[in-house]
Design a protein around this ligand. Structure first.
Ligand code: MGD
Ligand code: MGD
Ligand code: MO
Length: 701
């Protein structure tokens, strides 16, 4: 980002022109996403945690850094002596310095367990893609596409300011591309789409199978690709045989004609076309199968890693390892630590890390007794009630945080992390506006940390030194470490930060031509070899690895509505708020309220979006406070009645409520009604669809 400074204070932020993530490509305007823009408000927010805290006689009190480091080091040592580091959980979001977090807490301290990001963001989506295509992430090559199906992905809103929505608009303008939005809500993406398909939630897998049926029936699949580069096509063809558009119409509520139209549209534009699922589908109990069936379409039409299709997007280069360069042998103290066996949770044997919703169970069983957190708000990502109890139960909680989150309030040590304006930052990647290039980007600290905040590197270094492991953190600052990493591409940190970004590598299309797919069979897999570990897991779950349709079924694949709980509720993101991380910022909250024409002064929580057909019989109007009741509990928030949500489906933005960083705890945290059992059974990912009833609270609100 470019920062405008006035008398040493940052007063404005903007994107960098031509930036691979923030622009549509060379010479094009750069802009920021909501999280980027929020760095300014966050940095100067009066509620920000700006000094370390430690717990003394049960109370948190302010401390200086030396005190906090020495206290944390003593407690970590005590913990290791008493319980062993294997009972200390690692939790982190997308912080600056994730590698240092791992070096210290995993490799040196020896804590083997962490919560897998896959179980709170994208498990069903990326796991299914991983076994089908052999790598974790694919990204559409939007700008070169001619037909784009964004499926449970609100690309225009959730990626606002970045290259993705710009690529969508470019494709529409330059390639006359068609954009299809499959989403039960009329989102910002639906607004620009050529076709909005408000599907019945959680039935996407059925729609995808019917599309496969049409594509095969019409002879529109990519025979060359299917024959030479895929495995299990016969099984796939058999699986979709009776799955006609009429069959899917019954399940999905999407007209058979529309299903035919988009299937043919997708196939005729191939390989410059794609069907791309994301978190809307990942958070479903039957999400794995739904995503699998959607991914299969890309194999069928041969748009995998082709121009305008879905790219196997890798950076195409790697940075140097500063430890290695200095001949510092970082131990792997976590490697030989015992980890618990969760025979009663088949997915847990499969997802290398602990599933988010299982953490409270692990604490109850005595397998976990402490944790460290950085830049995450776990209490809001699933199973809240039990998570809060679990944190209370823990003997040691350490967090690096910016606000008084549910973790910070329960922590024994709180370290105030620096914001992106206050510390150096380096990143590399593949997915970006330059379709066949990998990039590196850097920004320097532009202001001194507010109060006593410190850059993340110095927090890990300080802890390591205090515990006698200073030799693993010999660099004076994160910047020095980055400098050594960047030698790989012949730049210093300052040089890169000055330029902002560098296009480093060339990564051509059709990478599979050279090495095949990194799967069991070396091919794109519609189905699995019986000896694959996923196949064994699926077998245990009573699911086949063949492409099939799993309806939500109350047992494994997600609870269903009934007379008592006739509505389905879920949560999602909004442009003005980044996950659980802008709710402390009045600027963001005000913009969010404005968007729905509601008064920020009166209520600063999230809204329950509900269709008039559901609201009217319940006597609910916009601005009313309502109670959302499920078999597992209830939450309260303000209603927003509008036609842009499918009848029967209601939803809210995540990240609010009393355990959030929203200063008054206003609004609802849907995860208050989420329990351990609400997980997708193959990936262990939190599932967020709940049958509920909604009632007006009455009174004068
Ligand atoms: N402003 C902002 N931007 C963000 C974030 C943020 O919090 N705020 N978070 C970032 C992160 S970490 C991620 S992972 C991405 C996520 O980006 P998105 O995938 O866009 O995230 P969600 O808002 O969860 O969107 C999913 C969409 O799926 C729809 N949906 C719900 N149920 C179903 C269903 O059954 N079928 C279909 N077809 N659609 C359904 C929802 O209505 C919603 O519009 O966004 C990133 N960008
Ligand atoms: N209910 C529900 N939960 C969800 C989702 C959902 O749709 N619904 N989406 C999920 C997805 S896709 C993802 S990726 C995960 C992400 O979830 P998390 O990893 O939990 O990430 P955030 O919500 O961004 O983290 C918010 C925390 O970061 C802290 N923070 C903010 N700025 C800073 C800083 O500068 N330094 C430090 N050290 N801390 C800071 C805030 O105080 C806050 O406690 O959430 C998941 N959780
Ligand atoms: Mo995410």
């Amino acid at each position: 980002m470019e920062v405008t400074l006035e008398n040493g204070e940052a007063i404005d932020l903007t994107g960098v022109d031509g930036h691979p993530k923030a622009s549509a490509g060379e010479g094009r305007e750069g802009t920021l996403c909501s999280k980027g823009m929020a760095q300014l408000d966050k940095t100067y927010n009066p509620n920000r945690i700006t000094q370390p805290y430690i717990r003394e006689d049960g109370e948190l009190r302010a401390a200086d850094w030396d005190e906090a480091f020495s206290y944390a080091a003593d407690r970590l040592q005590e913990f290791a002596d008493e319980h062993g580091p294997e009972k200390f959980l690692r939790y982190q979001g997308y912080p600056i310095g994730g590698a240092w977090h791992d070096t210290f807490f995993q490799n040196i301290y020896g804590a083997p367990l962490r919560v897998g990001r896959k179980t709170t963001c994208h498990g069903p989506f990326s796991d299914s893609w991983a076994w089908m295509a052999g790598y974790g992430r694919e990204y559409p090559d939007y700008r070169n596409s001619e037909y784009m199906i964004v499926w449970g992905r609100n690309v225009m809103e959730s990626f606002r300011g970045q290259y993705q929505p710009k690529g969508v608009l470019d494709a529409k303008e330059k390639n006359d591309a068609t954009l299809v939005c499959i989403d039960p809500r009329y989102t910002k993406t639906a607004e620009v789409a050529d076709k909005w398909i408000p599907i019945e939630p959680r039935t996407d897998g059925a729609l995808a199978l019917a599309m496969g049926h049409v594509i095969i029936e019409e002879g529109l699949y990519d025979e060359g690709f299917v024959q030479n580069w895929t495995y299990g096509f016969d099984e796939y063809r058999d699986a979709v045989e009776g799955k006609t558009p009429e069959w899917a119409e019954e399940i999905t509520g999407v007209d058979a004609d529309v299903i035919r139209e988009i299937a043919i549209g997708l196939a005729e534009s191939a390989p410059r076309s794609f069907a791309f699922p994301w978190t809307g589908l990942a958070w479903q109990s039957n999400g794995f199968k739904n995503c699998q069936n959607i991914h299969a379409l890309n194999g069928l039409i041969g748009s995998v890693d082709r121009e305008g299709g879905t790219r196997m997007w890798s950076a195409g280069f790697s940075l140097d390892d500063p430890h290695e360069k200095r001949g510092i042998d970082v131990p792997s103290n976590h490697a030989d630590k015992p980890t618990p066996d969760y025979d009663d949770y088949p997915f847990q044997r499969h997802v290398r890390d602990v599933s988010h919703n299982l953490v409270p169970k692990a604490v109850e069983r005595g397998d976990l007794r402490g944790m460290v957190n950085n830049w995450s708000a776990p209490a809001l990502s699933g199973n809240t009630e039990e998570w809060l109890e679990a944190m209370e139960e823990m003997d040691l909680v350490i967090t690096i945080d910016a606000f008084w989150s549910a973790v910070a309030e329960r922590a024994d040590v709180v370290f105030p992390g620096a914001s992106t304006l206050e510390q150096p930052f380096l990143d590399t990647g593949g997915d970006n506006a330059y379709s066949t290039n990998g990039w590196a980007t850097a920004s320097d600290a532009i202001i001194e940390p507010i109060g006593d905040c410190r850059e993340d590197y110095l927090i890990y270094k300080g802890l390591a030194e205090e515990m006698g492991y200073g030799e693993y953190f010999p660099w004076d600052s994160g910047k020095e470490y980055y400098d050594e990493q960047l030698e790989a591409i012949g730049l210093s940190f300052d040089e890169l930060a000055e330029k902002s970004y560098e296009i480093v590598s060339e990564v051509g299309y059709e990478q599979w031509r050279e090495d095949g797919f990194d799967t069991e069979t070396g091919k794109f897999q519609f189905d699995l070899e019986p000896n694959d570990s996923y196949a064994a897991l699926a077998d245990e779950m009573g699911a086949s690895t063949a492409p099939e349709w799993h309806p939500p079924d109350d047992e494994h694949y997600g609870e269903t509505t009934d007379d008592e709980y006739p509505l389905l509720v879920s949560d999602f993101f909004a442009e003005q708020l980044s996950r659980a991380h802008c709710q402390a910022l009045p600027e963001s909250l005000e913009e969010y309220a404005d968007r729905f024409g509601l008064a920020y002064e009166e209520y600063r929580g999230n809204y329950l979006h509900i269709h008039p057909d559901d609201a009217e019989p319940r006597n609910i109007s916009t601005g009313d406070m309502v109670r959302v009741t499920s078999p597992d509990g209830e939450v309260e928030l303000m209603a927003h009645v509008y036609e842009g949500i499918r009848p029967g489906f209601t939803g809210m933005v995540s990240g609010f409520g009393e355990d959030s960083i929203q200063p008054d705890g206003e609004g609802a945290n849907l995860m208050d009604i989420n329990k351990e059992r609400h997980v997708e059974p193959v990936s262990g990912m939190t599932a967020r669809f709940h049958p509920v009833e909604v009632t007006p609270l009455g009174g004068d609100n």
